[in-house]
Design a protein around this ligand. Structure first.
Ligand code: HEM
Length: 121
């Protein structure tokens, strides 16, 4: 598996004009599909959280061509998530909510190729 960098960049660019709605829908999708994940965010300022999620997604997509930056960013994020109580089995749920949200926002641009690129990423 190698990252389809161009596909990821282009499809993410199409999200950017709708970024605020995208991150709001992401948490709606996450908590609707997985109500048990809600308590992890009980004391979280969700407006701030949406902004942080968006900046981390932007950072990741902008670092796809810079493996050292990407590696450092993801390791830092992963280490902090241990403290937040995120468990390995939560990641597929978050990944699933992300894919659902991409599908909702990209609509006809959510082609099998784009889907596969995000599943791999
Ligand atoms: C690709 C996966 C994920 C990304 C990009 C992501 C992104 C973020 C970001 C940027 C923050 C803000 C603080 C920081 O930078 O450390 C954060 C906090 C948090 N995340 Fe995630 N996250 C991911 C997966 C998960 C998973 C699987 C869970 C568990 C359900 C989770 C639960 C939390 C919690 C509880 C916080 C703390 C909120 C607070 O400060 O109160 N995240 N996440």
């Amino acid at each position: 598996m190698s990252l389809q960098v161009e596909v990821l960049e282009q499809s993410f660019d199409a999200i950017k004009p709708h970024a605020d709605g995208f991150v709001a829908s992401f948490y709606d999708n996450l908590f609707t599909a997985n109500p048990e994940a809600r308590p992890l965010f009980d004391t979280t300022d969700m407006e701030a959280q949406k902004k942080k999620l968006l900046s981390s997604l932007v950072l990741v997509v902008e670092s796809l061509r810079k493996p050292d930056v990407l590696n450092g960013a993801l390791r830092g994020l992963g280490a902090r998530h241990v403290k937040y109580g995120a468990l390995p089995e939560h990641y597929p749920l978050v990944g699933g909510a992300l894919l659902t949200t991409f599908e909702q926002y990209l609509q006809e641009k959510w082609t099998p190729e784009v889907k596969q690129a995000w599943v791999d990423a």
